[in-house]
Design a protein around this ligand. Sequence first.
Ligand code: G4P
Length: 283
Amino acid sequence: MVIQWFPGHMAKATREVKEKLKLVDIVFELVDARCPLSSHNMYLDEVVKDKKKIIIFNKIDLCDRAETAKWKNYFENKGYTVVYTDAKNSNNLNKVIDKAKEELAEKIARQVAKGIKPRAIRSMVIGVPNVGKSTFINKLIKKNVANTANKPGVTKKQQLLDTPGILMPKFDNQEIGKKLSLIGSIKDDITPLDDVSLYLIELLKENYLENLNNLYKINVNSDDENVFIMEKVAEKRFKKIGGDYDYDSTIKLLIQDFRTQKFGLITLDNYNDLLENEEQNEN
Ligand code: G4P
């Protein structure tokens, strides 16, 4: 079974985002800090054109900071402005507002020079499902209302379009799909969860072997086959059914354990993998 990437309603969503762009000054693309490249829409620039944009690495509280910092660098080297946030706990949202003001400073200065009173900054939030768009919008709106209420006379506040744009990356790369499934962007009922869980094992054994061994109290190594590792987990956690491993329960367990952070702070996109792929493509 292959994960379908760009279903019709996503094409419609892209169209809608394009239409709404006219109404905004700046676009916030939310990506998941655990896989900033895989959850990023590589056609963002094409969709957003020369509208100002900020890439927000949300769920920063869940990622492996050292690995995710490499991705921040990667995006900054491509000219993007990046801000880390934990929208759930309202962390760093002021930074988003500050950066938006910085990005729009020239435009605002031009308006002032023309004698136009600058209006509130209008922004649009886009990103894949479950990346935290609604949470981000709600928290940012509350923050602005609070800020405004605290400072009498200050009426300028940021306006957000309250319907976030869902944009799935258009991609034929199954690995990206599996990562998007792990972070809950793609519904489980259209996903081959057996493949996803084996892929999770692959990523964990390569980059977070200790976390994997510690959680299940097993002692596998990175040369072991993924299926062998799955069987070790099954052995530890479930009774055999008719002499066979309970693969179904093990598959669900692995995915659930990732989604509930049982492996600790994990970043699924590995920067060295990208470098290796680029090297291979060059040769
Ligand atoms: P969406 O609009 O992009 O689809 O995402 P939404 O805001 O619905 O958020 C999806 C889930 O991610 C929610 O959890 C939300 O609480 C969580 N979330 C959002 N931002 C962050 C963050 O920065 N860090 C963490 N750790 N979680 C975040 P949920 O379990 O679906 O709902 P709830 O139990 O929190 O209500």
